[in-house]
Write a protein that binds this ligand. Sequence first.
Ligand code: ATP
Length: 298
Amino acid sequence: LAQLFRPLDMLGMVYRVIRQGLIDMEAMFRLIDTPPEISDAPGAEPLVVNGGAVAFDNVVFGYEPDRSILNGVSFAVGAGETLAIVGPSGAGKSTIARLLFRFYDPQGGRITIDEQDIAAVTQASLRGAIGIVPQDTVLFNDSIGYNIAYGREGAGADEVAAAAEGAAIDGFIAILPQGYDTEVGERGLKLSGGEKQRVAIARTLLKNPPVLILDEATSALDSRTEAAIQDTLERIAERRTTLVIAHRLSTVTGADRIIVLDHGRVAETGTHDQLLAMRGLYADMWARQQAEKEEGTV
Ligand code: ATP
């Protein structure tokens, strides 16, 4: 009988390995479905980061040939600056992040980091230079320590603890029954949206990338958690070039520059105060969100 069951045991193990692999893949590619056709250009050299200035120059892109999403988008973010991207739902905000990470190539124009075309450098070096804090973080079925350490291969326990502290999740971990060894994910302790986002922030701190993409959560966190996360994010955005994909304008008022996307173009650019003074799209969006807030719907 044992002989009969051994292959079944093996099958179970193979299933578990594949399943964990699928979860890992899902976590990595959730933000973006990766088309397989993106590959390194022949003779591609690694990206050399010197400050991490990002520029989009007349970028044209559509997922399908007959429907363009970006119709010539240009903007520049200086090294260490924060740029917020706002605009109506479906305007292409997340698409900009996917293009910068090179999950797709634009059909026209150029995207550069420190004046190097991202299509000409190795993908590994490009993706190593960019950290993403996604809207919705997928946790592995493993310990919370592993989930943080995933940010950088070979990270030591002290580095993981420092990252947890930077993401302000150390206090939460300290009171868990098994501390950093506490199992999380589907089969373990369920974390709240805010806690998961802090795990993502800790991972990113470990990776320590010069360029950061923050994809602001659309799902509502309670306002106290949100304010605390906002604080943490602002701290990690210091000294890095940061693109914030913003769904709520209240979180971007401090950005060095804000671009308003509309109909595939940059319709307005400026600081919060400059954009309000223009009395255009941004000012309308701001007035609408303030009114909703007063009605208590946001
Ligand atoms: P939101 O504020 O709602 O998150 P967004 O401005 O980030 O929106 P994107 O996610 O960039 O918008 O999407 C822009 C447009 O591209 C949308 O109309 C969307 O339906 C379309 N789109 C996004 N991903 C794909 C895809 N993989 N294939 C085809 N179309 C897509």
